[in-house]
Design a protein around this ligand. Sequence first.
Ligand SMILES: [Zn+2]
Length: 127
Amino acid sequence: MVEGIKIAGVGQHLSAHFVETELSCQCCGRLLIHPYLINKLEAFRQLAGKPVLVNSGYRCPAHNRAVGGETNSYHLKGMAADIQVPGVAVAELSRLAEQAGFGGIGVYQSQGFVHVDVRDYSARWRG
Ligand SMILES: [Zn+2]
């Protein structure tokens, strides 16, 4: 196991608005999360002013393969999340992600979410 991976605890908060199970792997409940990610997700939540839904947070290697993720995905490092906010357009999510200071921002217009990550350089793309 990669250092820092744990099993998400039900009801355990990572921050004011996020609990461990929201960011943990959907196949096995393992969780690895970079502190910058949760800090920026909180910043995003503040800017949005509404609950943020996490479609995908940490992914173990098997789950990442199962969902067709890239082999170097930041989801594998606990550094990425795919998020949406019901009732908020993807273009606005992208704008809020910029304001929150994420390094990587991928806009998935038709799927209705944005990928955000805390890589240490700027990357922008459309999925
Ligand atoms: Zn898993």
